[in-house]
Design a protein around this ligand. Structure first.
Ligand code: 6GU
Length: 226
């Protein structure tokens, strides 16, 4: 999968993709993440990329020309399955969206800043808008990093243990059950007997039950959506 990201703060995006699983995914050739600095497409000597909004109001808006030119340059190289705009005024990311995106070939992500981008960019180019939660960040870069991490780890071969991505929290709209490792007894705090029993069908039943209990307690809304 190839992921292009257009950003006004490209250095915010370098570090998250140069570690651990996402780094290895790129080394294995399973994912290629390319960051594009919108400033290079800025207008005039000052490389202007934002301007005040029509109608008045606080905050700058990213202008249409630099973004449009940047997207068109990228589209000349390849066809994108999705052009995604990261913005708090959108539907929130969930596991189902991450699963769907992990099957795509080419994705382009546009990250906003300030008051966001000129609405005409959204109308003309954007095929999907994503927020990562009900709070406001200073820019879409960290949100894009979250999205890319959630998507790339689902690409087959990225996570060694194939089973592991499938048993994540949310994969079945349930939170994960509790997990334990050695020692089996720490100062009298014991690991549940069933996990030491070697009875795997029984262990699976226990895990399902705990996952359901935890979801009921912490995120009952996930059960309502079924
Ligand atoms: Cl995608 N962008 C910004 N700026 N803030 C957010 C967000 C995105 N998602 C949640 N908050």
């Amino acid at each position: 999968m190839r992921i292009d990201i257009i950003s006004v703060a490209p250095n915010l995006l370098e570090s998250p993709f140069n570690h651990s699983i996402i780094k290895r995914a790129q080394e294995k050739g399973l994912a290629k993440i390319v960051i594009h600095d919108l400033r290079k497409y800025g207008l005039g000597n000052y490389k202007q990329i934002d301007d005040t909004q029509f109608g008045g109001g606080a905050g700058m808006v990213l202008m249409i020309e630099p973004i449009s030119n940047c997207i068109k340059d990228l589209q000349a190289e390849r066809e994108y399955d999705e052009i995604i705009y990261m913005t708090p005024d959108a539907k929130t990311l969930n596991q189902s969206t991450a699963n769907t995106l992990s099957l795509k070939e080419n994705i382009l992500i546009l990250t906003g800043h300030y008051k966001g981008v000129d609405q005409r960019i959204r109308d003309k180019f954007i095929t999907k808008e994503i927020s990562i939660g009900d709070y406001v960040l200073t820019g879409g870069e960290l949100a894009a990093a979250v999205l890319v991490d959630a998507v790339v780890r689902l690409i087959p071969g990225v996570i060694g243990d194939e089973q592991s991505a499938l048993t994540d929290s949310f994969q079945d709209n349930l939170l994960s059950p509790p997990v334990y490792t050695r020692p089996a007894d720490f100062d009298g705090m014991k690991v549940p007997d069933v996990l030491l029993s070697g009875n795997f069908p029984k262990i699976e039943d226990w895990r399902s039950e705990k996952a359901y209990e935890r979801t009921q307690q912490i995120r009952p809304d996930l059960l309502d959506n079924e």
